[in-house]
Design a protein around this ligand. Structure first.
Ligand code: RNT
Ligand code: ZN
Length: 419
């Protein structure tokens, strides 16, 4: 049986529940996923004076063929995008600036250094998001940036972030799609602090200075990303969840939830509805923590499905800016993007194909038996047949056929790269 016939049969099973499959697919097409560029080069970036990765994050693995130039990274992204259904966004970091061999320090980066990215995004009908880079830099060597006790260092990072907002605004203006400027700083202490308040006061003041200028939210919105701990900040992170949740609520900016940044049994899926009661929008970094904030490639696991469900059943498809954040250097990097992004999209489709209203009613009626029974039975509904049809309709490979394309690309392009 072909993809279309299998689809037609599967469709009938969902229609019995009053679920419009065509409507679900139409909705799915509209949802952009922000694909992080840094999976393609192990968060290296293109600074002239490249520094080793710092900030308490780490990439392990030495799979050959990583991108070392902007052209290579864009070409790899194009390959992955050709295997992922839908129109998406690319998420950049400040270290991906192109300065033509000139040393431009972080506090001096400008929109013009991202012109190539913008032109490329236009050509490929992509949106762009942005992140100031507060790591892999001599002025972040001691693990402190916006909360640094040294005024000069702190000012340097404030200026970096002010410039970053301008770049994000430029993306929004040029591409006609709101760009997200996400602020994550590594600031924290390895060992038990003797003063938790003072660094937080400084971080708060830095953010106030950074955000003093209002930017049209049609072009750019800001988010703050918290964290529980990192390598070298095991005992204390200045920008904790409570800190940023408070800050974002009070200042009407977005809270960004990274799925690897909480206690191991604490789930981001459970936070979405709470935050959306108090804020119009929120942002996500969907990642897969394995025992710690390890940033493994996203798989279609229970939590990913639950995140998709929470976004869909709460009518929050246009309220949650979905971004990805994983970096695995032990497998083909184009495949990593493809697997992780396809899974994120699958989780949304899975959620769109659930009888969500009926399930809500069951809960309200206290009918937990049926709630559990249906939630479980739908796990083995012919979801794959709908997904395959969607891929075919969107002109991307069905099932594992994309692997062939990645293998060819590896042979023809990646394996020819040096190093
Ligand atoms: C680090 C944060 C942050 C980074 C990227 C590279 O723990 O998750 O989002 O992963 O900005
Ligand atoms: Zn993150």
């Amino acid at each position: 049986m072909g993809v279309k016939e299998t689809f037609e049969q599967a469709k009938k099973q969902y229609e019995q529940w009053g679920i419009s499959v065509e409507e679900a697919l139409d909705k799915l097409k509209q949802i952009p996923i922000s694909i992080h560029c840094w999976q393609g080069d192990d968060i290296g970036g293109f600074e002239v004076e490249q520094q080793e990765l710092s900030g308490g994050i780490d990439v392990t693995g030495d799979y050959p063929g990583k991108a070392t130039t902007p052209e290579q990274l864009r070409s790899d992204l194009e390959k992955a995008l050709s295997l992922i259904p839908g129109k998406h966004k690319i998420n950049l970091h400040a270290i991906y600036a192109e300065t033509d061999g000139e040393v431009v320090d972080r506090d001096a980066i400008e929109p013009k250094h991202f012109k190539n990215w913008v032109e490329w995004a236009k050509k490929n009908q992509l949106g762009l998001d942005f992140n100031p880079t507060f790591f892999s830099h001599p002025k972040a060597a001691d693990g402190l940036t916006l909360a640094h006790p040294d005024d000069d260092i702190r000012e340097f990072w404030i200026n970096h972030c002010i410039q970053s907002r301008k770049i994000s605004e430029y993306f929004g203006k040029e591409l006609g799609q709101t760009s997200l400027n996400n602020i994550w700083v590594p600031d924290g202490y390895k060992d038990i602090p003797s003063d938790r308040l003072t660094p937080r006061k400084r971080l708060k003041d830095s953010l106030d200075q950074i955000l003093a200028e209002k930017i049209d939210e049609r072009y750019s919105v800001d988010a703050v990303e918290s964290k529980l701990f990192g390598i070298g900040s095991e005992a204390y992170v200045v920008g904790s969840h409570e800190f940023y949740m408070g800050y974002s609520l009070k200042n009407n900016i977005l809270c960004l939830l990274d799925t690897g940044h909480y206690h191991p049994t604490e789930m981001v899926s459970n936070k979405i509805s709470s935050l959306l009661l108090f804020q119009d929008k929120l942002a996500l970094h969907v990642s897969r923590p394995v025992r710690w904030d390890s940033d493994h490639v996203v798989i279609l696991d229970d939590e990913l499905r639950e995140i998709g469900l929470e976004i869909v059943r709460n009518n929050a498809l246009d309220k949650v800016m979905i971004g990805l954040d994983f970096f695995d250097a032990s497998i083909n990097r184009v495949a990593a993007w493809t697997i992780g992004t396809r899974n994120m999209i699958k989780s949304l489709l899975y959620a769109l194909l659930m009888p969500n209203d009926h399930l809500k009613q069951l809960q309200e009626q206290g009918n937990y038996t049926e709630r559990l029974a249906l939630l479980e039975e739908f796990k083995t509904y012919p979801f794959g047949a709908i997904w395959d049809y969607y891929c075919e309709q969107m002109g991307v490979p069905v099932q594992e056929q994309w692997l062939e394309s990645v293998k060819n690309y590896e042979q023809e392009v990646l394996s020819q790269r040096e190093g």
